[in-house]
Design a protein around this ligand. Structure first.
Ligand code: SN0
Ligand code: CP
Length: 317
């Protein structure tokens, strides 16, 4: 593995999931791989799980970690090639990426969607520019359109909770929020579910269709209650409109997930990437229930990151 941006960077998803689960038995089994090597973790946006689980994964592999909260601690980056930098930008991303590549053997970067310029976000302008100028492998810590480490952890968690003797029905449901937030987690979950052998349904209000590049031929159901029928897994996540880019289109119906709504499911397990706006996206009664997998998902983030970093280190031995 030379990069980790999407499901397309995984050659065999099911084997990778099994390998990640096997790491749990002896997390330090490959601590020789990272000896004398450094991973740089660059955050242009906030993080708890990605920041700490990726560090933990790196330490399990013997990697030294350098953290950079680029938005707060580094210089303001310029993304336009040929720019005359006589304004607010202080360092070109090509310089930052080249210099970071001299300190690090692998670099992770988080660069959320700006939600103002659709073309820049859809083209992954920041991520692609950084990766183009970096001289070492780059791992996505969530980019403008995808969150692959979260999705791999989600796949591991589903694998560990499969229903007996039936093909699982997985439902991705939109949830309310108080402000526009990225489509990346929804896009990514859809992309990875489409790469898995599950019945997959996406439910959201009209106007919240995700990019078909990621949803592909998943079933789209505008009636949340209908979508939840016989579901084994219900993944809850808000995202802003893709159609009216970065906007919150008013929604009449109540999309807050409750136990009452879940009665129609097959005793569904509940998933959310966290952080979650409790009692806005999901009710406390649901997210605190015995069917909630949100903390397993967070725990599995370490092993998702670890199997990815392991494959990158093995490929560069
Ligand atoms: C892993 C999720 C990160 C991010 N979450 C948010 O931006 C939530 C922010 C908020 O609730 O104010 C997102 O949805 O892409
Ligand atoms: N799920 C996730 O990526 O959480 P953070 O944004 O806290 O890293």
């Amino acid at each position: 593995m030379k990069r980790f941006f999407s499901v397309n960077d995984i050659t065999d998803l099911h084997t990778t999931i099994k390998e990640a689960i096997a790491l749990k038995k002896a997390p330090q089994q490959n601590s020789h791989l990272g000896k004398g090597k450094t991973i740089g973790l660059v955050f242009l946006n906030s993080s708890l799980r990605t920041r700490l689980s990726t560090q933990k994964a790196a330490h399990n592999l013997g990697l030294y970690t350098i953290l950079l909260n680029a938005a707060q601690e580094a210089w303001t980056w310029e993304y336009e090639d040929g720019a005359i930098m006589n304004g607010n930008t202080v360092e070109h991303v090509k310089d930052a990426a080249n210099v970071l590549s001299q300190y690090c053997d692998v670099i992770g970067i988080r660069c959320f969607a700006g939600l103002t310029n659709k073309e820049d976000d859809v083209s992954e302008k920041i991520y692609q520019l950084f990766e183009k100028h970096a001289k070492v492998p780059v791992v996505s810590l969530e980019s403008a359109t995808l969150h692959p480490l979260q999705s791999l952890a989600d796949c591991i968690t589903i694998e560990e909770n499969l229903p007996k003797n039936k093909k699982p029905k997985v439902v991705l449901t939109w949830a309310p929020h108080i402000k526009p937030i990225p489509q990346a987690v929804g896009n990514s979950f859809a992309q990875w579910m489409n790469a898995s052998d599950y019945e997959f349904v996406i439910t959201h209000p009209e106007g919240y269709e995700l990019d078909t590049k990621f949803t592909q031929d998943a079933t789209i159901e505008y009636n949340q209650q209908k979508a939840i029928e016989n579901a084994d897994f219900v993944y809850v996540k808000n995202w802003s409109s893709f159609k009216e880019y970065g906007k919150m289109i008013p929604v009449e119906e109540d999309w807050l997930l409750t136990n009452e709504k879940l009665k129609a499911s097959n005793n569904a397990k509940i998933m959310h990437c966290l952080p979650v706006r409790r009692n806005v996206e999901i009710s406390d009664e649901v997210i605190d229930s015995e069917n909630s997998l949100v903390y397993q998902q967070a725990y599995n983030r370490t092993f998702a990151a670890q199997i990815v970093l392991q494959k990158i280190l093995e490929n560069n031995e």
